[in-house]
Design a protein around this ligand. Structure first.
Ligand SMILES: Cc1cc2nc3c(=O)[nH]c(=O)nc-3n(C[C@H](O)[C@H](O)[C@H](O)COP(=O)(O)OP(=O)(O)OC[C@H]3O[C@@H](n4cnc5c(N)ncnc54)[C@H](O)[C@@H]3O)c2cc1C
Length: 552
């Protein structure tokens, strides 16, 4: 006999939790189904840095940043590059989302106890013209407490709703099918997986020990993207980028398996923009992996020199932190799937941050004392120092010739020539003598240091890379790291899913990464960063509120 509730939410990640809490708060009964155990509640968001895209926030204003909805929308549209018929709803979602980020997003979170680290980061800086890709101003607001800090208010509300009898969790329940009657979605069915005490993020058993069926008036699919499924990433790889990389590391746990995307599509939902993805090109292999092929993304400051596998500097404006997709396209065009940062000890200690809650114990642990050391530390932050000591992709040498020799050894080829790297580094080093320059990367560094947030904790003082006083020299081999799915199920602004016949599928909603964070791809081709968690908040909230209203 099938159990009943008003709404079923598939996925206990951030989008699912937001949707479920809205439904419960509206007085309706909701069941949250997740294939993982209770220890993994919160999904990817727990592991995240908690970076949020906000527009014209008090934090920005305190730092003298002038931002507005119009400027943010200009940046968003320049980055998204919407160019398809199916971008109708994604574009509408983009406009609505930027309005949310410039409007009630911060106050809504704040009322639930969410707090923000006061220095605003500047991600995806672009480097083209005013209408091109990138953030014109810093907008990356890090949650005080990182990923766990963004999950906490919703987890708390969900547990309260459970205690009040309006919310039921079904952990270790894997949905294998949507139940439909005459085109209306009425429930889910699947397998009950054996209990598994695997730590959060560690792959858990997929052994089924039973079946289940759940019925409801509405189902919200909030099952995440495909980033943990190497085969699906390859299958959906954009044709315009050529062949997929020979090797990729994974920036997400294995439960981001994309299975539910196929299941929902098989039930008739319209999946759009499936070839749009957001993978990083500054991935390093984790020396202490939690999930398979576990990689970490370096969030680079602007000063490292970036070379391709052949030892050629990446062309302007593809400097660290400028244009993730442009960098991926360039790197793929070299015929290799990796590239190199070359930098100094002075740069690494000020500019290297690693994405992920576990890589930022100061912010995650909400320790002002530890966080203040980012500005004053003599060496690199402890998690970065651990990678320097133990990471397979780090090389540290006093002399350039020794560095290049070790880089060739690590790559297993002899593609790099010391003289060629030396000539390019020396040319760049000559550009720093004046307060003006022609080298665009040097110009960017001058620009960055005019922003107090960068000067304090993100951008090293300009110095010669080959100055031994700033050494030793460091090379980092950068891998392609899979992370986000930008396409998804086409939805209207109430998160209702369109069917393959172009009509709304009664009873079906989608939110978070599964919905391309809203509409089936509100980012278009590129993200301004901090827009994924925010996309879960916005689409999860819309889905929850609309579903609660729709059920009797
Ligand atoms: C290390 C890291 C750092 C990040 N940093 C940031 C950041 O700073 N800012 C930002 O905006 N974004 C960031 N992100 C991205 C962001 O965290 C994710 O895009 C977002 O949390 C996705 O949430 P979701 O709810 O859509 O999906 P998920 O978190 O993937 O949750 C989906 C849930 O659905 C469950 N599920 C899937 N299929 C089924 C099924 N068939 N049956 C039952 N359950 C199923 C899964 O087990 C999972 O619990 C980061 C991500 C990572 C991993």
């Amino acid at each position: 006999m099938a159990e009943e509730s008003d709404v079923i939410v598939v996925g206990g990640g951030l989008a699912g939790l937001v949707a479920a809490t809205e439904i419960a708060d509206a007085g309706k009964r909701v069941t949250v189904v997740d294939q993982e155990g209770e220890q993994s509640l919160g999904g990817q968001a727990f592991w995240s840095l908690g970076g949020l895209f906000l527009v014209n926030s008090p934090e920005q204003r305190r730092l003298g940043i002038k931002d507005s909805y119009d400027l943010a929308l200009q940046d968003w549209m320049g980055s998204a590059g919407f160019d398809r018929d199916e971008d109708l709803w994604p574009r509408r979602w983009a406009e609505a989302y930027v309005a949310f980020a410039a409007g009630e997003k911060r106050a809504w979170l704040r009322a639930m106890g969410h707090r923000i680290f006061p220095l605003v980061g500047w991600a995806e800086r672009g480097g083209y013209d005013a209408m091109g890709h990138g953030n014109s101003v810093p907008r990356f607001h890090v949650t005080w407490g990182t990923g766990p800090g963004i999950v906490e208010p919703f987890e708390r509300r969900a547990r309260q709703a459970r205690d009040g009898g309006r919310l039921t969790f079904k952990f270790r329940h894997r949905v294998d099918a949507l139940i439909a009657t005459n085109g209306t979605i009425e429930g889910v069915s699947g397998a009950i997986l054996e209990p598994d005490k695997a730590e959060r993020g560690v792959s858990s058993s997929r052994k089924a020990i039973g079946d289940f069926t759940l019925r409801a008036q509405a189902v919200i699919v909030a099952s995440g993207g495909i980033g943990g499924n190497d085969a699906l990433v390859r299958q959906n790889w954009p044709a315009w980028l050529g062949r997929p990389p020979a090797s990729m590391i994974s920036g997400v746990p294995e439960h981001v398996d994309g299975r539910m995307i196929g299941i929902t599509e098989a039930a008739g939902a319209r999946l759009i923009n499936r070839d749009r993805m957001w993978h990083y090109v500054e991935g390093i292999r984790n020396w202490a992996p939690i999930w398979p092929r576990h990689g970490i993304r370096i969030l680079p400051g602007p000063s490292s020199m970036w070379f391709d596998a052949n030892g050629r500097r990446l062309p302007s404006p593809l400097f660290p932190g400028s244009d993730t997709l442009g960098q991926l396209q360039y790197i793929m065009s070299t015929g290799h799937d990796y590239s190199w940062f070359v930098l100094t000890q002075s740069i690494i200690k000020k500019e290297f941050a690693l994405s992920g809650s576990e890589q930022n114990p100061d912010l995650t642990g909400k320790s002002w004392m530890m966080t203040a050391r980012r500005a004053t530390n003599k060496g690199a932050p402890a998690p970065v120092a651990a990678f320097m000591a133990r990471g397979a992709d780090f090389i540290i040498r006093e002399k350039l010739a020794d560095l290049v020799e070790a880089m060739n050894a690590l790559a297993g080829n002899g593609l790099l020539r010391t003289e060629e790297l030396k000539a390019q580094i020396e040319a760049r080093d000559r550009e720093i003598e004046n307060p003006y320059a022609k080298d665009t990367q040097v110009l960017n560094i001058h620009n960055a240091r005019r922003y107090i947030g960068d000067r304090l904790i993100r951008t090293a003082r300009l110095h010669r890379i080959l100055d031994p006083a700033h050494g030793p020299l460091i090379a980092v081999k950068l891998n392609i790291l899979t992370r986000k799915t930008l396409g998804g199920f086409e939805t209207d602004l109430d998160s209702r899913v369109f069917g393959q016949d172009g009509k709304i599928m009664p009873g079906l909603y989608a939110a978070g990464e599964a919905a391309g964070f809203g509409g089936g791809g509100m980012h278009g081709y590129r993200s301004l960063e901090g827009t994924f968690l925010g996309g879960c908040l916005f689409s999860g909230r819309n889905a929850g509120r609309a579903a609660a209203k729709a059920v009797s």
